[in-house]
Design a protein around this ligand. Sequence first.
Ligand SMILES: [Zn+2]
Length: 388
Amino acid sequence: MTKARIGIFIVSLFISICPVGGRDAQLKIQTIDGNGYVSLEELIRSYRIESSFDIITQKGKLFHKSHYAVYTVSFSLFVIDGLLYRSETPVVRRQGGIMIPCRAASAIIEAFYPDVSARCSGSLVQVDKKPEVKEPAKTGKTPAVIQRGKDRIRFIVIDAGHGGKDPGAVGIGGVHEKEITLSVARRLEKELAARFPSLRIVMTRKKDVFIELSRRTDLANEMIAGNGNGLFISIHVNATLSPIISGYETYYLSQNPSNDDARSTAALENNVVVLEDESKGKKLYDDIDYIEAMMLTTQIQKESMMLAESLQGGLSGRVKSSKSRGVKRADFFVLRGVLMPAALVEIGFITHKKESKILGNASHQNSIASGLAQGIADFIRKYNSLPQ
Ligand SMILES: [Zn+2]
């Protein structure tokens, strides 16, 4: 071989192993249960990705230069460069290998190689060099990988607070919180089914039964695997020692409560944990860190705040016989680890004489359900119109 030929050979060898723009590196798409997947092994080889995998947690990490991605087998959630990415289908195992949903693999390629665009097209992942673009005008919005993978809302989980041996707050005349929450939840279910025929509406309980908080969370998270993204709305009734406090408020999860009232409301709702099987409950809360919990929290907290604001706004528009106490933050166990926008609504105070009475009233419960449904509609509209 002459020197020139060796040179050409080396150049062509380089082109063929260079993944970006090199046709030979295109990934094959395989169909599993009607969905497109790529082999993780092929992705790693073709794109010179470093990787690690923990067989105990089934969690894997991928690295390329300063970029990284985290995935977990049988979950459809990824963290890519610190942002949450939701895939429509979970990571699966096939013949000893790990298969990554095609769209998630494309998102990883784009994050690891910012100068290319990748999409699932036919039987291959099509990777193209991005055309040179001028500096985009500043819009004030931060570009985020998550927005591309953001899935539309496909289901809503309605959580009627308390139940069974846990009555929740007990108000004037012996009225139980658990009865009011279930009745409002049922009305909301009906309203949502009529308003959103294409969404799945799921209740954590349909009757007077005790369900552990972590089970409620799991039920919601298990829905993600087959259905994409959803919303979690927990309905409660508040109680306080002061008989003059009344009104409705909506919470989203935060380790930093808005104020002392928010802190005590959370303490009240979290009390139920003492009724739970201790070892079981603890184990489940520990499991929450199966994926970088902090990273998820940032993204989900933003979405949850938006959900809480929409719900509170919907209530303000429909509920006339009670007053709005605004949107607040608190650490509710039932919202911990929910992998989707989630909010907890305290629909009123069972310890306020007048409010306690109207909380049991069908027309008042209907106006709450209708306000929540309106809030959900507003949230979905805003959420789906976020930049893709
Ligand atoms: Zn409650």
